[in-house]
Design a protein around this ligand. Sequence first.
Ligand code: NAD
Length: 569
Amino acid sequence: MFSILPRISRQSAAFRYHERCISSVVPLANLPDTGIVNEPILTYSKDSPERNALKAALKSTAAKCEEIPIIIGGKEIKTKDVRYQVMPHNHSHKIAKFYWADQKIIENAIEVACDAQTKWDRTPLSERVKIWNRAADLMATKYRQELNAATMLGQAKTVIQAEIDSAAELVDFIRMNAYFLKECTKYQPISENVKVTRNSMRYRGIDGFVAAVSPFNFSAIGGNLAYTPALMGCAVLWKPSDTAVLSNWRIFNAMREAGVPDGVVNFVPADGPVFGDTITKSPHLAGINFTGSVPTFNRLWKQVGNNIDKYVNFPRLVGECGGKNFHFIHPSADLESAVASTIRSAFEFCGQKCSACSRCYVPESLWPKMKAGLVEKASKLKIGDVQDFSSFAAAVIDEKAFQRITSYIEHAKKNSNTEVLVGGTYSDEKGYFIHPTIVESKDPHDKLMTEEIFGPLLTVYVYKDSALEETMKMVTTSTPFALTGAVFATDESFLIHALDKFKMAAGNFYINDKSTGAVVGQQPFGGGRMSGTNDKAGGPHYILRWTSPQAIKETFVPQRDVEYPYMKE
Ligand code: NAD
């Protein structure tokens, strides 16, 4: 590969410099280019090997309360601040015992991470890619069912919801980000004449530490938030959500087994505000990789702003936040598909996907049939324990979510503009169960139509067919969010019009498909406006947020003149 540098002898200092510094860019080209495909989603049909393996993993996971220490630089720490993760669908059943780190421990984790970063950043990219591929293989095979069982029992996901999250999406994030890294190193700056100068770029980590703050609702998101900055040479403090600690812990262990060195990612469960306050005070904060609600991200952003004079780097702030996602039904829509897609989008995983449909706009001409379809389908959904494989959905995540969602249901019952069409019942006796609820609202600006509820509650607004344009405008302006949206129509000219009118209404837009279910590599994910910084997790450019590239110009023809030729008479 050095044949293009004829002026450099292999023994020279310049050659050694190449070996040491540029090698982190170049060797990737030597890895075989195998292309990339998504991890297959297994069926778990009766008597399949994966079904049997999952049942065994569920049994062993449910049988114990797993102890999870804080891990900093590979060392286990336990504090007096003991916490438990329970099963949301059976909240007296504890499945994990963990510990909250206090301010001192978090500060220590920052020191350890900063030290580890310098060494880790010198690990060749090709080596890191190998570790990530090894980890993806472990997650797809040896640990697949352990990850699924932890996600099912700890976060109340059904088989399919766990499989698309903690198996397929997680494996895809790990494998594809490594692939995207390999791909992006193929692009090098222009060198007009390599006999005179050579230009290159190397992808460095960001010095300091990155705080990865993850939500409860996707195990895969935790893996992505912590391990994409790590892949790029950053060191990380990973604060998992209290209600997803077990699945996140299993991800952490699989990555360790694959070869991620101690200190590169530190596992630091903690009280949210204590963690946020501590990391934003550190001068070494290199970035925050956050997914969660708008108020939490706003708070972190403000804290960074208040501390801006303290930092070594401008911290990168990446936040994927909430949504108020819409399905817009056109009079030409295929009704059956609009009904089925809306039910799945609104009620799978109890509507606790950031992309879940939460407001639906239906033309008056289609409403009688659409209403009958929605009510019939929603009333038949089986809600129960995730270990009963016939359940469509289970419980909402915790007591706080239960209170929040049911307060919206009570609002729907009391308000004269709103009518509960189906559902509206709930009980937190054994688990946090809320029946899928559909409300019709006569007011398109009611809080049910504008606020993120994050639960199994869908609100429908019926518009006059003649008011199509005003309604479309209202869809794009009545909420601060712009995460996902879907339009259902068979009229092609309307679809072209909708693409224009809804351009800024959603970061992920669907035509005749539900608003949920983005696949890594296929629909890179993220929203605009208050839905986040839209860095498109799962896409080829996301990794670039976590590198501080260095451009290098090497000159092989020594410049010995001071004066320019034109200066000579
Ligand atoms: P959350 O904001 O309550 O918590 C997210 C994380 O932030 C948790 O780990 C929590 O402990 C931590 N946290 C809380 N206060 C903090 C503070 N002051 N400083 C630092 N960390 C703090 O969100 P959640 O309930 O876990 O997740 C649901 C939210 O996430 C919804 O709003 C949903 O739309 C959003 N979400 C968005 C996406 C996306 O890609 N846009 C994906 C998943 C979830």
